[in-house]
Write a new protein. Structure first.
Length: 570
């Protein structure tokens, strides 16, 4: 019998789950790999997830509207009815601190957000946090990693790394920060959260070998001759922030020279600016001849999909530290194409060198980038210049790239064998269905762990990172009133109540206290001294929680509707 699926909430943000085509004065500026991965993961979860109710946490209900439309229109809804529950961030604390929260695991499309760890510590919620890595080279991403050491993450919280190289990067950054903390403060700081390596996936129905008619049609769309070997490169055209094109141009040129075959190098992508687009085209003329180079509009889904059907070989030679996985490699393998890829980060997890393609060696000179992170951290250089400095100090072996591509251009049988092996590898290891199952297995483990977790008793009110005002500002007021402090209504207080409830000046932040005039009027018409605790209890019988009830008593005191009994001990 199959265990029931874990109750999981997804943190939904359109920018992380939608293919957004950023606009510039000259048109679309591009499409980010993390958006493609987020969209495809969500689509796969709707197809293959075993849940009956999808809980989405979002900044607001309006931000979750695209998800609502997706769930309503998704083809999976025709075979299985599911509920969608949206929890805005403003309601998260109350919902997830309840004895039975809507989910025991909150999954982020990025590293787990430390805000939720601090909220859990303060509110006493019993839920686990999970998140996935994409680009980790930005300052914000690195801070999220150091937060793993200094925020209240627990052993059942998990960071999913999409490749072994990413896991090594996380350990390197957090290990260096742990060393600093130990040197400065002593002890043995360490990351408590789990690190799990789970790849991204591919849809093997969408990405598959071309039929003969499809191949003819799509090669005609690209203007490829029958005797041309089509070498495909897919992705954003950004020489400083994605992959420098020189080794690809060089490999195509050398493959054409060495084999005597006609080579058509196709870039199915999108330039980040007209200047970059022009630079790529100029570089193609200088470095790629005698190969022919074509640029296809990768922002057009039909063109982007069709290019896979037309290709004979796939090449992608990243040299950028912002790269982490290589979704295009899984797409190439599923499409039955041999891959020439960099021996770089997640690519080496994907390509079986000599079996499904070739990995091209990459090299960096120790010390060449020693000052780059410091300059970036200080603001001397921005993120783009930081990436550019690293790219210019990273070499993808151009001779090895040329040799690998030339072998595939020359040998149709080798292309077919490696493409077939790549397809088999993709079906075995990288389908989205398998990836979703890996996530669900992980989430089930987190669910079981958090249910048995006994959080330590709080040492003071509020999160440790910023204790509640009762602790942080304990020395500010003349006195603090406790539950046994005696107070009483002032003369005419019940008659004045409506004025204070309706004036904007006196009615700030009303959602954090009782706004119902009826119980407040009853309270103010009850004569005689009463303790703060008694008033809190009365409001509690009207459905007001302890915190909002005390805030209500404070508000009544602020505007003179209640008063401290003179001479009372405080």
């Amino acid at each position: 019998m199959t265990d029931p699926p874990p109750a999981v909430a997804l943190y939904y943000e359109p920018d992380a789950h939608t293919e957004l085509f950023g606009k510039s004065p000259d048109g679309p500026a591009g499409l980010m790999g993390r958006q493609v991965a987020g969209k495809e993961f969500l689509d796969a979860y709707l197809w293959h997830g075993r849940f009956d109710t999808l809980t989405a946490v979002a900044r607001s209900r309006r931000r979750a509207e695209p998800l609502l439309r997706l769930c309503q229109d998704h083809p999976s809804s025709r075979r299985r009815a599911r509920r969608l529950r949206v929890v805005p961030e403003t309601e998260f604390a109350d919902a997830f601190a309840a004895p039975e929260p809507p989910a025991r695991v909150l999954h982020h499309p990025c590293p787990p957000d430390a805000r939720f760890a601090w909220l859990r510590q303060a509110a006493g919620g019993r839920f686990a946090l999970c998140g996935v890595t994409h680009t980790l080279s930005s300052l914000a991403a690195v801070r999220a990693l150091t937060d793993l050491l200094t925020s209240p993450f627990e052993p059942f919280d998990t960071l999913i790394c999409t490749s072994k190289a990413v896991a090594e990067m996380v350990r390197a950054v957090t290990g260096a920060y742990a060393d600093f903390l130990a040197d400065r403060f002593g002890g043995r700081p360490r990351v408590l959260s789990r690190l799990e390596v789970v790849p991204l996936g591919v849809d093997p129905e969408r990405f598959r070998p071309a039929t003969a008619p499809e191949r003819v049609t799509e090669r005609a769309r690209l203007g490829a001759a029958d005797d041309e070997v089509v070498v495909l490169c897919v992705g954003r055209l950004s020489h400083h922030a994605k992959a420098h094109p020189y080794p690809v141009f060089h490999a195509a040129a050398e493959a054409a020279r060495r084999t005597g075959r006609k080579v058509l190098l196709v870039f199915s992508g999108w330039a980040i600016s007209p200047v970059v687009d022009a630079a790529y085209r100029d570089a193609a003329k200088r470095f790629a001849a005698p190969a022919r180079v074509a640029f296809a509009n990768g922002l057009d889904p039909a063109v982007r999909t069709g290019a896979w059907r037309a290709a004979d070989v796939f090449i992608s030679l990243p040299d950028n530290v912002q790269e982490t996985f290589g979704l295009v490699v899984t797409e190439a393998m599923a499409s039955g194409l041999p891959v020439v890829g960099s021996d770089w980060d997640g690519y080496r997890d994907l390509v079986a060198d000599g079996e499904t393609g070739f990995l091209v060696p990459t090299r960096m000179v120790r010390g060449a980038t020693a000052e780059s992170t410091a300059r970036h951290l200080f603001g001397t250089i921005n993120y783009d210049h930081f990436l550019a400095e690293c790219v210019q100090a990273t070499a993808v072996d151009p001779a090895a790239a040329a040799g690998a591509l030339a072998r595939l251009v020359a040998d149709a049988g080798l292309r077919e064998a490696m493409g077939r092996a790549g397809r088999e590898r993709a079906l075995k290891h990288f389908t989205w269905e398998r990836v979703v199952r890996l996530h669900e297995t992980l989430w089930a483990e987190q669910d079981r762990a958090v249910r048995s977790w006994q959080p330590p008793p709080p040492r003071h009110l509020g999160p440790t990172a910023y204790p509640a005002p009762e602790h942080s500002y304990a020395g500010y007021p003349s006195a603090w009133l406790d539950d046994d402090s005696p107070v009483r209504p002032t003369a005419g207080a019940s008659d004045s109540l409506s004025t204070f409830l309706t004036m904007p000046l006196t009615n700030m932040e009303g959602s954090r206290r009782c706004m119902d005039a009826d119980p407040l009027t009853t309270l103010l018409r009850t004569p005689g001294p009463r303790s703060v605790g008694e008033l809190v209890a009365d409001l509690g019988r009207s459905g007001v929680g302890p915190g909002p009830a005390r805030a209500t008593v404070a508000w009544l005191l602020k505007y003179g509707l209640l008063e401290l009994i003179p001479g009372a001990s405080t």
